[in-house]
Write a new protein. Structure first.
Length: 170
């Protein structure tokens, strides 16, 4: 019991200061020892681990730099390919629109030619031809193009259709 009472009499402030002083002294001695070993060319396990960690950190930084460069180059290639694909899609779209226009134009002109040569059409055929012409005009408008090639032909078809509706016979 006396030993326990003696522990309560210890000055905690002076004990704390003494412990901190000892720790600082040990740290200073370790630093001095490390400096001396470094100057003599000797290496401790702790110094070797520290050097290896530093080397590993430098290598990791270099690898990250290389990966970033590769990423940026890949991204630039991706942008270039993306632009090429966009250009190809625009070309294909233009070709498709041109083909659609040509097909509709040919069908309308063929129907007009058949009508002018005496072929008889029913109401559904006239409606179909006029519908094709409307579709043709819509495609031209959407693509900022102008007609001018089959206007006279569609006028002829519409006149024949008007006569068909009035007389019931073309």
């Amino acid at each position: 019991m006396d030993a326990i009472q003696e522990l309560f009499k210890i000055n905690l402030a002076s004990l704390s200061i003494s412990m901190l002083t000892i720790l600082f002294a040990l740290k200073a001695i370790a630093a001095l020892l490390e400096w001396a070993l470094e100057k003599t060319g000797m290496e401790t396990k702790w110094m070797r681990n520290k050097r290896e960690e530093h080397t590993l950190l430098i290598q990791t930084s270099e690898h990250l730099t290389a990966l970033q460069k590769e990423y940026l180059e890949g991204f630039a290639r991706f942008d270039k390919k993306d632009e090429e694909l966009r250009g190809d899609i625009q070309k294909l779209t233009h070709l498709f629109v041109e083909k659609e226009i040509d097909d509709l134009r040919w069908k309308i002109l063929d129907a007009c030619s058949a009508l002018s040569n005496g072929r008889r059409y029913n109401r559904e055929m006239f409606d179909h031809i006029i519908h094709m012409y409307d579709k043709y005009e819509k495609i031209l408008e959407e693509n900022h193009m102008e007609n001018g090639l089959i206007e006279e032909s569609i006028k002829f078809v519409r006149e024949k259709y008007r006569r068909f509706l009035e007389e019931g016979d073309c």
